[in-house]
Design a protein. Structure first.
Length: 393
C-alpha cells in the first residue's frame, strides 16, 4: 500500500511535465544512473527537468554559489526543477551537520529569478535549515525532516506548499519569514520539536490537518494573517515553558476545530494573544495545565463562540486591558456561547480572571461576558492522524 501511494505521487508529477521537453536525470550512488552526486545532476539539468534520486544517503557538500562560506548538499539556482526520491525511508539528503553555514537543500535566486521547485519522497537529515528556500513556488510532498534547526524555512516567498510530511527532532519544523503571499502547511506531523510551525510577517498562512506533539510551541503567528483548521497540538509532559498556540503583534487568525492541549505541562497558558493580535473561531478545545488555559491582552477574541475552554490550575481564561485613566469605561469582550466545563454561572465567573478579580488594577480594565453559556461540550469530529508516521517507515 505504501508503494502504491508513493508512486502515484511520482506518476502525477511526471504526467504534469509530459507536455514539455523536460528531461529526466537519474542519480544513483551505485553508479547505475547518470550521476552519483545530486549537485552534478542539478548543474546539468535545464529548467523544468526532473531529477530522480535512488536509495541511500547523499553526503556530498558543495559551496553555495554567491554565498561565501555557506555550503549545501543540493544548491539550486534555476527554475522548475523536480527532485523525486525513492521515498523518505530510502533517499536521505544530509551531511550529518547542523552548523549554521550548512543547509541540506538551498534554493536561492542567483543571476536570474528562481521559482517553482518541487521535492517529493525525500528525507533531509541535518543542516541548519533542512530546506532553505528564497524563491516563489516551493512544493514539498511526502518528505521527512530531522536533526535541523529548521526543517523547512522560506523567506520572501509566495505560493509555497508543504504537505503530507513528517518533522521530528528539530528546533523549528516549518517556518516562513516576510512572505507577501500564501504559505500552506497541510496534513503534516511534527513531533519532538521546539517550535512546530512559525509564521513571521506572512500575509496568507493556511495551516490545516496537522498533528503537533511533544512541542514547546505548537503554532506561532507574529505579524501574520491566516487560518488554522483541524489541528491537534500537545505539549511536553512536565515542561515549564511553552504554549500550544501564540499570536502576537497584530496577527489576525481564524482557528476552527482544533485541539490545543498543554494540560500535561506547567506552563502559563495553552493559548496566548498579545500586542494587538485578534482571533476568531469555533469548534476548538483548549486545555491548559498551568495558571490558565487562555491568556489574552486587549480585545483579542472576537467572534469566538461554540468552543470548549477547560479550566487549568487556576482559570479558564485571563483577560487584561491596560487603562491609563481608571475612570474610563470598562472594556468588554463577548465570549458568550462557549462551554467552560460547567453550566453554573458562579463557577464560570470564578474561573475567569478579569476586572472583577482586580477592580483597582489598571492592567485588568476588561470584563468578559459569557452569557449565555453553552450547556455542553461542542461536538467536533477531529481528523484522525494515527498511523501517519507509519507511511515513512
Amino acid at each position: 500500500m505504501k508503494n502504491m501511494f508513493f508512486f502515484s505521487l511520482v506518476f502525477s508529477v511526471i504526467i504534469s511535465c509530459g507536455s514539455s521537453l523536460a528531461v529526466t536525470w537519474n542519480v544513483e550512488l551505485d553508479g547505475s544512473g547518470d550521476y552519483t552526486i545530486i549537485q552534478d545532476a542539478v548543474d546539468a539539468a535545464a529548467e523544468g527537468d526532473t531529477i530522480r534520486l535512488g536509495a541511500g544517503r547523499f553526503l556530498t557538500v558543495r559551496p553555495i554559489p554567491g554565498w561565501d562560506g555557506f555550503s549545501a548538499t543540493v544548491s539550486i539556482q534555476k527554475s522548475g526543477l523536480v527532485l523525486i526520491g525513492a521515498g523518505p525511508g530510502r533517499t536521505v539528503i544530509g551531511a550529518d551537520s547542523n552548523l549554521w553555514e550548512y543547509h541540506g537543500i538551498a534554493v536561492i535566486n542567483g543571476a536570474s529569478l528562481v521559482q517553482n521547485c518541487t521535492l517529493i519522497g525525500i528525507a533531509v537529515d541535518g543542516g541548519y535549515n533542512g530546506v532553505h528556500y528564497e524563491a516563489n513556488g516551493l512544493y514539498v510532498e511526502a518528505c521527512e525532516f530531522s536533526q535541523s534547526f529548521h526543517g523547512v524555512v522560506i523567506a520572501n516567498s509566495d505560493n509555497c506548499v508543504v504537505k503530507d510530511s513528517y518533522f521530528h527532532d528539530l528546533g523549528i519544523g516549518a517556518a516562513s519569514y516576510l512572505s507577501n503571499g500564501r504559505f500552506v502547511v497541510t496534513n503534516c506531523q511534527f513531533q519532538a520539536v521546539e517550535y512546530g510551525i512559525s509564521m513571521v510577517g506572512v500575509s496568507d498562512a493556511q495551516v490545516s490537518d496537522c498533528q503537533i506533539s511533544e512541542v514547546e510551541v505548537g503554532i506561532q503567528f507574529d505579524l501574520s494573517r491566516g487560518t488554522i483548521q483541524r489541528c491537534n497540538v500537545q505539549g511536553i509532559a512536565g515542561a515549564n515553558l511553552g504554549v500550544s498556540a501564540g499570536f502576537t503583534r497584530g496577527s489576525q487568525v481564524m482557528m476552527n476545530d482544533c485541539t490545543l492541549d498543554h494540560s500535561m505541562t506547567n506552563t502559563y497558558a495553552a493559548l496566548e494573544l498579545h500586542n494587538g493580535a485578534v482571533m476568531s473561531g469555533h469548534g476548538n478545545t483548549i486545555k491548559g495545565g498551568g495558571r490558565t488555559s487562555v491568556f489574552v491582552t486587549g480585545y483579542a477574541l472576537m467572534g469566538f463562540h461554540r468552543n470548549d475552554i477547560h479550566k487549568a490550575d487556576s482559570f479558564c481564561l485571563t483577560s487584561r486591558l491596560y487603562c491609563e485613566f481608571m475612570n474610563e469605561p470598562l472594556g468588554q469582550m463577548d465570549l458568550s456561547q462557549n462551554f467552560w466545563g460547567t453550566t453554573d454561572p458562579a463557577e464560570v465567573a470564578e474561573w475567569i480572571e478579569d476586572h472583577h478579580d482586580h477592580p483597582n488594577d489598571s492592567t485588568y480594565w476588561m470584563e468578559v461576558l459569557v452569557d449565555p453559556i453553552l450547556p455542553d461540550s461542542v461536538p467536533v469530529e477531529k481528523k484522525p492522524l494515527g498511523g501517519f508516521k507509519a507511511m515513512y517507515r
